[in-house]
Ligand binder design. Structure first.
Ligand code: PLP
Length: 437
């Protein structure tokens, strides 16, 4: 080997090592990833249900509890000022993260579910009427379906559904037929929690706007995988959950165009959301407080702000690169040769590393997803089994349940290898009684 080639090989080895080291260092920020199961490192493949939380988030929340603890927007003393500043700084942080043009459009909620219910209730019941239509997709999480069923029933409106292609992507060719002047709202997931498919949001938003429809994006899954630019996208509403975005539980966001919020009545009523109250009635506070009744989740909002700082410290370019590697690896491992039927697109560019699948055992018989997940869980591989809160989608696919292994940028390729090995073991394990019989 020439000196030059030897030097290049050493540099390449160092590069590979430092990439590996980066992941090790990154994973050290997430205490729960260090957990062991039966003497082995636990494999966490359930980030679509809840991502893990870096220490920086816990530190920010501890700081609030230990040093700034007070209610917000109420007290006339230093602690209360500090708490209020920290809470409102989190709102600014989220507005920046989402590219939201106006902080008055950033409403804290308990999560995506509450944010979607807020829109269905406060916008839907005001703006929908008989003959109006809401266009959803068959891939919606129950959180972006059931609230619209209730609103449509209350207002005499009709729900329509964009279908999927064979590959598990939205069938945009049906848009012309389904999106009409009767469509008042397009309410669509930014990324399905089952299929992991990327959604052509820009095309959907512009199609909806061309018929004068409002647009709501359920970004519960999307937000961890892709940079969101709300102003550029032009959507009217966007909902997300902190716990799926490295943040704490109990906090979510409804980001909306302020003019949409201005034309809505409050969803929850109580303290803070009012301007004046008499025994006979009330007038509403300014935005966004009109939609934040009662004491808000203060520590959780601060924690979410810290989560976004952490996420942006890593950067979406690096996140996309890591996720591309995870997606390619997952697609190579989860294939028919291993008895796996994977849902969603096979093209790595068209999906995130969220893998839902069914498995047949070594004799070709289906393994029930709950049996599979239980066996994997016993081996320290954490996945989710069931209908994934998307029963209509699974029905559409002829399934009642699937197993889902979902990654985030902190997932290692070795964790996907461990999943594949555990699936192999399960396939022999479940075919054993048959072989004996
Ligand atoms: N929408 C999607 C696509 C989801 O995946 C989820 C949760 O899994 C939700 C909405 C509801 O989120 P939350 O339970 O945090 O309110």
């Amino acid at each position: 080997m020439t000196l030059l080639r030897a030097a290049a090989a050493t540099a390449a080895r160092r590069g590979a090592r430092s990439a590996e080291l980066d992941l090790d260092r990154l994973r050290a920020d997430f205490p729960a990833l260090e957990r062991e199961h039966d003497g082995r490192r636990q494999v966490y493949l359930d980030s679509a249900a809840s991502s893990q939380t870096p220490r920086a988030v816990l530190d920010a929340m501890s700081r609030y509890y230990l040093e700034q603890r007070a209610n917000v927007h109420r007290g006339d003393y230093a602690l209360a000022f500090e708490a209020t500043l920290a809470y409102e700084a989190a709102r600014d942080r989220i507005a920046r993260f989402l590219g939201a043009p106006d902080r008055r459009g950033v409403v804290f909620t308990r999560g995506t579910t509450e944010a979607l219910n807020l829109v269905a209730h406060a916008w839907g019941r005001r703006h929908l009427g008989p003959g109006d239509e809401v266009l959803l997709t068959v891939a919606e999480h129950h959180s972006n379906l059931v609230p619209w069923q209730l609103a449509a029933r209350a207002r005499g409106a009709t729900l329509r559904f964009l279908p999927l292609t064979e590959e598990g992507e939205l069938d945009l060719s049906a848009l012309d037929r389904l999106l009409t002047r009767r469509t008042r709202l397009l309410a669509v997931t930014g990324m399905s929690n089952v299929l992991g498919a990327r959604v052509p949001l820009a095309a959907l938003v512009s199609a909806a706007r061309s018929v004068g429809a409002r647009v709501l994006v359920d970004a519960a899954q999307l937000a961890l995988h892709e940079r969101i630019d709300l102003a550029g996208l032009g959507a009217d509403f966007l909902a997300l959950s902190g716990h799926k975005l490295l943040g704490p539980t109990g906090i979510g966001v409804l980001a909306a165009r302020p003019e949409r919020l201005e034309e809505m009545d409050p969803f929850l009523a109580g303290g803070e959301m009012v301007d004046d109250v008499t025994l006979e009635g009330a007038t509403w506070n300014e935005l966004p407080y009109r939609f934040e009744a009662g004491t808000p989740p203060i520590a959780e909002a601060i924690g979410l702000g810290a989560a976004l700082d952490y996420l942006e410290g890593i950067g979406f370019a690096a996140i996309r690169a890591r996720e591309a590697a995870l997606t390619r690896h997952g697609l190579a491992l989860l294939d028919a040769g291993r008895g796996v039927r994977l849902l969603g697109p096979r093209d790595p560019a068209r999906r995130a590393p969220v893998f839902s699948f069914s498995v047949v055992d070594a004799s070709g018989d289906p393994i029930h997803p709950h049996d599979l997940a239980t066996l994997l869980g016993a081996e320290g591989v954490a996945v989710r089994a069931g209908h994934q809160c998307a029963r209509p989608l699974l029905r559409e696919l002829g399934l009642s349940a699937v197993t889902r292994a979902s990654c985030a940028f902190y997932t290692s390729l070795a964790e996907l290898d461990a999943l594949a090995a555990a699936i192999d073991h399960a396939r022999t394990f479940f075919s054993r009684p048959r072989a004996r019989g």
